[in-house]
Ligand binder design. Structure first.
Ligand code: MLT
Length: 409
């Protein structure tokens, strides 16, 4: 009999969103006529942009003909998509990123989860708390987390993000090798200013720390002082990998496409102290374990950068941000305390009457038929909060807010 990777046995319960889906399914089975509104998982509801659909149709037609069909994608993605990414996401903002620093993938969840493959199990890892659970769970799988005691992993350094520090984490108190940052933040919906992000880059430069920067929600940034890429900060290319996603930018949650940037000057070290470039190691990993995003999908992603695509995608993002405004102003009008939702599609809501996150989740589901995400599911500092998503349909979002406003808690 084969031996199991026991790190997997350390993981408690279900993946957060799987647990919520199970609870909601059970509720729906028991209440078949209930009109349940999901403000839980950040899944999109708007159709794909017409420019994206047209590109997918054209690419599908190419696949139907011997002269134009495509097989395996190049390792790092098709040059047409790499070129569009370089020009639009970086060069247009004065950032120097080259095609051979980009790796197209099936999304930021896989990329942030897989990246630990090429990092030693001995690295000391820091995460903000609350945090997107993929970062922590995949470090547990990779043997870097230690043991779970009182809802915290013994080898992970947690950086609390609370109302008291305006959800801006303090730098680690002891040196760490790897830090995960996600801005605009999932789950709190808050951001770091350029000056705040610079502190992290400076810390990383001084301490030779690797920053894994998840910018999946960059398209929702509205305020000019909020950096869209960590590479806006001087020196960041020496210390940071950036993850991007078309899921939230262009509604690709079901299509699957993202990319990450691994700068060529970003080095890590071997146990004997030799320096090696992370770019070539990640390239080797991807070439071995991944066969690229589908041609049709990469053409769809390219269309996001066309003039029509940009405008259509922008309209969708505006739609979601309007939802965020409806939720925020609605809840605040009845005295609830909310954070985020300005440069991000998430609203972080303090539970009233000191309800725990899961209690409040259960009450909202049972009494209002609204699905939320309990803050405690993102880490200990998320206790006392729930996360609401702005990715719902407008009418359902307005209806949910009305239910909350009329609720006799
Ligand atoms: C979320 O709700 O946090 C996200 O949709 C999950 C994900 O992107 O994997």
């Amino acid at each position: 009999m084969a031996f199991v990777n026991e790190n997997f046995l350390k993981l408690p319960g279900n993946y957060l969103f799987a647990e919520i889906a199970t609870r909601v399914a059970a509720y729906k089975t028991n209440h078949p006529s209930a009109s349940v509104i999901s403000l839980g998982i950040g899944d999109v509801t708007r159709p794909l942009a017409p420019a994206v659909i047209a590109a997918m149709q054209k690419a599908t037609a190419e696949m139907a003909s011997e002269g134009t069909m495509r097989g395996y994608s190049p390792d790092r993605g098709y040059p047409f998509l790499l070129d569009a990414i370089v020009k639009n996401d970086f060069a247009a903002h004065g950032i120097d990123v080259t095609q051979d620093e980009i790796f197209v993938s099936d999304g930021a969840k896989s990329d942030t989860g897989n990246f630990g493959d090429i990092l030693s199990a001995d690295n000391l890892v820091a995460v903000t708390d609350p945090v997107y659970p993929v970062y922590v769970d995949t470090n547990v799988m990779g043997g870097r987390a230690g043991e779970l005691k009182n809802s915290a992993w013994s080898c992970i350094q947690y950086l609390p993000c609370t109302a008291q520090n305006s959800f801006t984490p303090a730098l680690p108190t002891k040196r760490v090798d790897v830090i995960y940052l996600c801005y605009p933040n999932n789950p709190t919906g808050t951001t770091l200013s350029r000056a705040e992000l610079k502190k992290w880059v400076d810390y990383a430069l001084q301490n030779e720390t690797l920053i894994l920067f998840d910018a999946a929600y960059e398209a929702f940034i509205r305020e000019s002082d909020v950096p869209r890429s960590i590479y806006e900060i001087a020196g960041a290319k020496q210390v940071a990998v950036e993850f991007r996603s078309f899921s939230k930018t262009a509604g690709f949650t079901g299509v699957r496409c993202g990319y990450n940037v691994v700068p060529k000057e970003l080095l890590v070290k071997t146990a004997s102290g030799d320096k090696v470039a992370l770019n070539s190691i990640w390239k080797r990993r991807q070439a071995t374990k991944f066969n690229g995003a589908a041609y049709v999908v990469q053409r769809a992603a390219e269309a996001v950068y066309s003039p029509e695509g940009k405008q259509q995608v922008q309209e969708t993002i505006d739609y979601y941000l309007q939802n965020a405004g409806v939720i925020k102003t609605g809840l605040e009008s009845i005295g609830m305390k909310t954070y985020g939702g300005v440069n991000a599609p998430y609203i972080w809501v303090q539970t009233p009457n000191s309800y725990s996150s899961w209690e409040f989740f259960d009450r909202m589901l049972n009494e209002l038929q609204i699905v939320t995400t309990p803050g405690a599911g993102f880490g200990a500092s998320g206790e006392g909060f729930v996360r609401l998503t702005a990715f719902g349909k407008k009418a359902a979002t307005v209806e949910a807010v009305e239910r909350i406003k009329n609720w006799k808690l």
